[in-house]
Write a protein that binds this ligand. Structure first.
Ligand code: DC
Length: 240
């Protein structure tokens, strides 16, 4: 037999396991509860690093939820919700589901209040997670299950958290229409749903760098993560 120089089975793996071919070049996985600063931080980290793209995975679940609301179809069964998710198409920060642009409503209060329910549906998660795994290039992806489930081999995982009261204060500063204690209630409910669901719950991976942002500025957090990425990129570039 011709010596290909490849380990037994590796050709077969390359032909049959398409996800191997598609896996992104470098993923910074940022997970954590609502209001910990993930999106602001992830966006700025991506902007600061050459060639990195920011991926807001929560927005994908929000888009599916917004579409169900738009279609008056909140009570669809699991397969019906997954069917909605199969229609999700993203272009930059625009979200279209089965031809309907829902970008303008994904952050509405009623979508925010309902998204944890939709995101807990396993059939919906399978569709959305597959879309995420098909992304290529260098990514800064934030969500709840990025380091634990979507990209378990990510070279850098970060778990961002902050105390409940601090997260509620931040939301109130951003959207003053509700009081701090109302935000506390809502965020606590969402934390509970996101971390107690059976399918890919929010959890802190053992190999994630934990950062408590309660008393840090955005700049400080962005600086810490950017330094970690540069360190890991150097490590990857150095032959062992
Ligand atoms: O980060 P966010 O608030 O936009 O997320 C919206 C909801 O989506 C959140 O309640 C949990 C869910 N989510 C998830 O289950 N998995 C992700 N990777 C991202 C978000």
């Amino acid at each position: 037999m011709e010596n290909t120089g490849l380990a037994p089975g590796s050709v077969l793996r390359m032909e049959t396991d398409a996800s191997f071919l598609m896996s992104p070049a470098f993923v910074v996985a940022i997970d954590g509860p609502a209001g910990a600063g993930k999106s602001t931080v992830a966006r700025q980290v991506a902007a600061r690093l050459e060639g990195f793209r920011y991926v807001d995975t929560g927005a994908m679940y929000r888009a599916v939820t917004a579409y169900l609301h738009l279609e008056n179809a909140r009570d669809r069964d699991e397969q019906g919700m997954a069917e909605a998710a199969r229609g999700l198409v993203m272009s930059g920060e625009q979200y279209v589901v089965h031809g309907r642009d829902v970008t303008g409503t994904i952050r509405d209060a009623e979508v925010t209040a309902d998204v944890s329910r939709v995101a807990a549906v396993p059939a919906v998660r399978r569709v959305v997670q597959q879309l995420q795994r098909e992304m290529t290039g260098k990514l800064v992806a934030e969500g709840r299950d990025i380091g634990s489930v979507v990209f378990p081999n990510a070279p850098l995982k970060v778990y961002l958290s902050a105390s409940l009261i601090e997260r509620a204060r931040r939301r109130n500063r951003q959207y003053p229409e509700m009081k701090v204690d109302e935000y506390e209630d809502r965020i606590a409910k969402r934390d509970h749903m996101d971390s107690s669901r059976e399918d890919s719950p929010l959890l802190r991976c053992d190999d994630a760098v934990a950062i408590d942002t309660s008393s840090l500025t955005i700049e400080e957090v962005v600086e810490q993560i950017t330094a970690l990425v540069r360190q890991r990129l150097r490590k990857e570039a150095t032959p062992s």
